[in-house]
Design a protein around this ligand. Structure first.
Ligand SMILES: [Zn+2]
Length: 350
């Protein structure tokens, strides 16, 4: 009979699935209790100083260029509790048939009390040209307990403001949410119990298929990134705080992250201030504040840093803390770290 170890080794000999060592050899599976204890100690230490230690649930990097030690220092300096840092793979890795990158293990080996291990970012060409292999490899990592969450999947993604400035169009992406790839993604979350993030631009025509998927996969844990970030208001007449309220009431496993531009941030293609959460005087609009207050468990802190802006972490931190400061004290702690804790570990932070 073939041993479990041999089985894993032969499985991981498939280059399309594993670019990381067989779990049986390296015990890559996380020791969750140990991890939790390190996280908790860190969060409590920051809390004791009177500062809010938020958990950034959505940032990413280029695993070949990132300096983990630098970011770890920044997290300490800025009293950021934890960062869910995923790695975005490029064409180079794609061509080498890598479908899972072991960046989460690198993070855990060096700074297990500061980072949350996350699956790789669901971007082109991986999600557009090799979706099955990519999702299979991410799911394998989840099953082997190498990650606590899946990365951000770009299902509908307009070029970011920085990409527009650079003339990049390779991230003008559309993956049909209720097509085979979307089905596989939602199903993977149900099967593994792990949350995943979607980048899904807000347009009227995208809302019915999203609702359909949420109804079809009620146990899928979905974080819809960038709440209230509308790039073209004329395409999103149905989206409002009341609409989000309806979604929250219907779908108990739907969450939103709060990575969005500040009150003056403009999406260059439409010329519009794309974060609709802000009023003209720079405060949170009452309907959005009321929404968060009515469902404080559904919103999560996030910075949305990427490799091209990791060096601006202090500025992003300051803007995010400003947003949190506009929320009532108790809600601040929920959005800041308690909700992320519950989503990751299925228990209250205590
Ligand atoms: Zn995004």
């Amino acid at each position: 009979m073939i041993s479990r170890r041999r089985l894993l080794q032969s499985f991981c000999a498939l280059p399309s699935l594993c670019a990381w060592p067989a779990v049986g050899q390296t015990r890559a599976g996380l020791d969750i209790e140990q991890l939790k204890s390190g996280y908790k100690q860190r969060l409590k230490k920051i809390l004791a100083t009177g500062t809010l230690p938020y958990i950034d649930i959505e940032s990413s990097c280029n695993p070949g260029r990132v300096d983990i030690r630098d970011i770890a220092k920044d997290l300490d300096r800025l009293n950021i509790g934890l960062m869910a840092l995923s790695s975005d793979l490029g064409r180079n890795q794609f061509d080498k048939r890598i479908r899972y990158d072991d960046f989460p293990q690198r993070l855990m080996a060096e700074y297990a009390d500061r980072f949350i291990p996350v699956g790789n970012g669901g971007q082109p060409p991986f999600l557009t040209e090799a979706a099955d292999e990519f999702l299979e490899a991410q799911e394998a990592a989840a099953r082997q307990k190498a990650i606590l969450m899946f990365g951000e999947y770009e299902l509908r993604h307009y070029p970011s403001p920085r990409q527009v400035k650079r003339g990049d169009t390779d991230r003008d992406v559309e993956v049909i949410i209720d097509g085979p790839t979307g089905q596989r993604l939602f199903s993977m979350s149900e099967k593994t119990g792990l949350a995943f993030q979607i980048h899904y631009e807000i347009e009227d025509r995208f809302l019915p298929p999203l609702e359909k998927m949420l109804a079809q996969y009620p146990k899928a844990r979905v974080i819809w990134c960038h709440v209230a970030q509308v790039r073209f208001s004329e395409r999103a007449s149905q989206y409002s705080a009341a609409y989000v309220d309806g979604l929250i009431r219907r779908f108990p496993n739907l969450y939103f992250d709060t990575a969005f531009g500040d009150a003056s941030s403009i999406y260059p293609v439409s010329g519009q201030r794309h974060s609709r959460i802000w009023s003209d005087n720079g405060d949170i609009k009452p309907e959005w504040r009321d929404l968060i207050a009515a469902h404080p468990g559904r919103f999560l802190s996030a910075l949305d840093l990427g490799q091209d802006r990791l060096h601006r972490i202090a500025e992003y931190d300051q803007k995010h803390r400003h947003f949190l400061s506009l929320l009532p004290e108790s809600i601040r702690h929920e959005v800041g770290y308690r909700n992320a804790w519950k989503l990751l570990f299925n228990e209250e932070f205590a």
